[in-house]
Each structure stands twice: as C-alpha cells, then as structure tokens.
Design a protein around this ligand. Structure first.
Ligand code: DGL
Length: 272
C-alpha cells in the first residue's frame, strides 16, 4: 500500500516513558507531526504477561492506525520485546521497536564484553535483549536485571531523594557484581530517572561506566527508515505533537510539558 509521507508518525507506550523517545524524535525529525498515545489507564505493562501486553499493544496501535499514521514507533521495550511481529502482521504498516538500537549501541560500547540491562520483568523474561545483543556480537554477554519499581517512581515524578536512590542501588548492585561496563536503560521510563541512575552506577561500577538511553539511537533509525522509503514529511514548517491518554490527562500534561517544552497542547482522553 502507498503511504502518505505527510501523515503523522504514531508513537505509543504504557504511560509517560515514551515521551523520552518523542523528545529524541523531535530533535532528529523536527518537521514530522507526531501522535503520541500513553495508555495511562493500564500502566504498567512490564509486570503483565506477554498475551495481555500484546492485546493492549494491539489496542493502542489500532487506534493510531485509525488516525491515519504512516508508521508506528513502539516507544516501549516491553511491547517491543513481546509483540512486534504480531503488530506487523495484524496492522500491515511499518512498526519500529526500541530494543535493537539500544542493543547495538551497547554491543559497540562495551570494552569488557559484558553488558547490563535494566528493564521491566516482562522484557527480561522475554530474552529479547540477550538475543538482540548476540545478533550484534556473539562475544558479548548480557546480564539482565528487572527493575519494576522504577516505573511507578517515574510515573509519580519521584525522581530524586532516598527512595529512588535506594531502589536504583538495589537494581544496579547485581550488574556491578557481574562486572559490566555498560548499562542499557531497557525501559523508556528509566531515562526520567537518568540523574540518579547515572550517579549510583558511577559509584557502584566506576566512573568509566557507560549508560545507554536508546532514545537517540531509535530516533536516528526512524529518520533513516523514513528517508530510505521517501516517507519524510515534505513541509518544512515545524511538526506538531498531539497527545492522547487513556486516563488522567491533567497529571500527564504536567510532566509532558516539563519534558517536551511548552509548545505541546493538553492531552486528550480517549477510550480504547
Ligand atoms: N516504558 C515501558 C517499557 O519501555 C513500559 C513500562 C511499564 O509499563 O511497565 O518497557
């Protein structure tokens, strides 16, 4: 099917986390219109089973398709880990995930051939990161650590102080003991806690530790994907960002405007 290059890009996540990807897309593709859907009524996804996550993801993606998007960026590691093939088959539309770009960046960055991944329980259980890293280099070992409490902390905006610091240390300790030199933030919510995670990782692993927030790598891949298929928007006016949520639009607005800047209109509440 011929796609309209001037149609918006669809992006979704369970809640706020995918805004970290929207921010990077905005920087890499300033002329693209973006429709972002945060499934705030059903967050978190990371503690749920693959069947449930796939069902929720199909609901979000179908809604974006009905709004005429030209491609979908799954700004959620948990969905990218368990559902991308199903989405591609059911939607007949380009679907880009967030796992491979982060895995590639990690495999390139490690000097000791050991990469740590902090992610949701669902992403860790899926084995998607070890597979994606092994596809880049069979010499690199991947050590996964589920860090479920970081998602509600990010959603609450509780990003500094003793509680996030102690949670971050608890999750980083096993990775430090395993001797990794690279840590992938394998959940799009975690970059909201970047400062505390970086500080504690430097303390536990050492100042040489590399933290990978895959948002920029994802945005680069989306940009070259659209360019290769002549799908870049032709207008050179700045693109718009439209926010949709399934619950609590006002709470979402506060973080979204802090995160994306004031040019963003308020979120619209939708039902899936
Ligand atoms: N931000 C999502 C991810 O990257 C999901 C977090 C959650 O809902 O548990 O995995």
């Amino acid at each position: 099917m011929r796609r309209d290059a001037n149609a918006p890009l669809g992006v979704f996540d369970s809640g706020l986390g995918g805004l970290t990807v929207v921010r990077a897309l905005r920087a890499a593709l300033p002329h693209e219109d973006i429709v972002y859907l945060g499934d705030t009524a059903r967050v978190p996804y990371g503690t749920k089973g693959p069947g449930t996550v796939t069902r929720y993801a199909l609901g979000c993606a179908s809604h974006l398709v009905a709004r005429g998007v030209k491609a979908i960026v799954v700004a959620c590691n948990t969905v990218s880990a368990v559902a991308p093939e199903r989405l591609r088959v059911e939607l007949d539309l380009p679907v880009l995930g967030v796992i491979e770009p982060g895995a590639r960046a990690a495999a390139e960055a490690t000097r000791v051939f050991k990469v740590g991944v902090l992610a949701t329980a669902g992403t860790i259980a899926s084995g998607a990161y070890p597979r994606a890293v092994a596809a880049c280099s069979t010499r690199v070992e991947t050590i996964g650590q589920a860090a479920p409490l970081l998602v509600p902390l990010a959603e609450e905006g509780w990003t500094d102080g003793d509680v996030p610091r102690l949670a971050a240390r608890r999750y980083l300790e096993p990775l430090a003991r395993a001797g990794v030199d690279v840590i992938v933030l394998g959940c799009t919510h975690y970059p909201l806690l970047y400062a505390v995670l970086e500080r504690e990782a430097k303390d536990l692993v050492g100042p040489h530790v590399t933290i990978i927030d895959s948002a920029r790598a994802v945005a680069r891949e989306v940009a070259s994907f659209l360019a290769d298929r002549s799908l870049l928007r032709s207008a050179d006016s700045p693109g718009t960002i439209r926010l949709l949520v399934t619950d609590l639009p006002n709470a979402f607005d506060r973080t979204a405007s802090r995160f994306l800047g004031s040019e963003v209109d308020g979120a619209e509440q939708i039902d899936l």
